[in-house]
Design a protein around this ligand. Structure first.
Ligand code: FO1
Length: 304
């Protein structure tokens, strides 16, 4: 079974860990909207969490970075007077150094990601949605800022008036992504922030139509339980862009390409409204606290 998983950060990694346990041909299409230049390096949080998860070295408790990493380089950077609010670990920094060098030497982000995966022993295919720079920008009364500035530096506190994706309009879906969608038996949207993880992918011209036109069944596991996301600022950002902050809001955003949505069994009251959008809706305990939950839901998304 050829499965393409669209992945963002923390929540997505849990489902990826479950999918990785199954005997399937898995390709992960990673978001790039949260990529950021930091300390002179190109940091790709969603690509890296997918690679680290599939390599078995991810810091599961934190949801990003490498387990057991240290922060000596950051301590030195702080001594040198650099603001160090973005806690990039030493080993994680090495990954970013390696990637930045490859990019400077002319590699595409797809090629650099392939090199990182093969060095880390990841046999699954991890590909960015585009090789072009796309950046999720959050507009607040304090100004227009990068997602990482909003979320990590400012703790997600500023009020949000608008979200936009810098560079998306001129970006292109890669040939690798097109081929993966065309050859897929199933496309799975991992439980990811619809605005900052899936939104930037949908903003790349051709990606939404690629999903709508692909032969595979497209299934999503909702990141929302009631009006709260598994993690991160999804609720606040969904409201800011005028979408209901619940699984019905997710369904509306994905209608047009989504065949099936799995929602929390506590959200049974939304089922009919979701079905009326032409989306097949099923219920599950969508929380992933144990490895057994990750595997149970991975099996479920392949059957839904
Ligand atoms: N998230 C935080 O909340 N604080 C951090 O200091 C932080 C550092 C960081 C370093 C590398 C990396 O790949 C991710 C990092 N994240 C951090 C996570 C990241 O901000 C977001 O969770 C993702 O961009 C969302 O997918």
């Amino acid at each position: 079974l050829k499965v393409v998983a669209l992945a963002g950060g923390t929540g997505s990694a849990k489902l990826l860990r479950g999918l990785d346990k199954l005997r399937i041909d898995l390709t992960v299409v990673a978001n790039v909207g949260d990529n950021v230049w930091m300390y002179g390096l190109y940091v790709c949080p969603d690509i890296d969490i997918a690679c680290y998860t599939l390599a078995g070295v991810a810091d599961r408790a934190r949801g990003w970075g490498i387990q057991g990493d240290s922060h000596r380089s950051l301590e030195q950077l702080a001594k040198l007077g650099t603001p160090t609010w973005f806690k990039l670990g030493d080993m994680d920094m090495a990954t970013c150094l390696f990637r930045t060098r490859l990019l400077r030497e002319g590699a595409t982000l797809t090629q650099a990601t392939r090199s990182i995966c093969s060095a880390l022993g990841v046999s699954r295919n991890v590909i960015p949605v585009t090789d072009d720079p796309v950046e999720t920008r959050i507009v607040t009364p304090q100004g227009d800022m990068h997602l990482q500035e909003f979320w990590v530096r400012d703790g997600g506190r500023p009020s949000v008036t608008r979200v936009w994706y810098r560079g998306a309009r001129g970006a292109m879906v890669t040939e690798e992504v097109k081929a993966a969608l065309e050859g897929a038996d199933r496309v799975v949207l991992c439980p990811a922030n619809p605005v900052t993880s899936i939104g930037p992918m949908l903003a790349v011209p051709g990606f939404r139509t690629g999903l709508a036109g692909c032969e595979a069944k497209v299934v999503a596991l909702s990141p929302m339980v009631g009006t709260s996301p598994f993690s991160g600022p999804a609720g606040k950002l969904m409201k800011a862009v005028g979408i209901r902050a619940d699984s019905l809001g997710v369904a509306k955003l994905y209608s047009g390409f989504l065949d099936s949505l799995i929602i929390s069994d506590g959200d049974v009251s939304l089922k009919e409204d979701i079905a009326s959008l032409g989306i097949d809706c099923s219920l599950a305990d969508t929380r992933m606290t144990a490895a057994s939950d990750e595997l149970r839901l991975a099996k479920k998304v392949l059957k839904a």
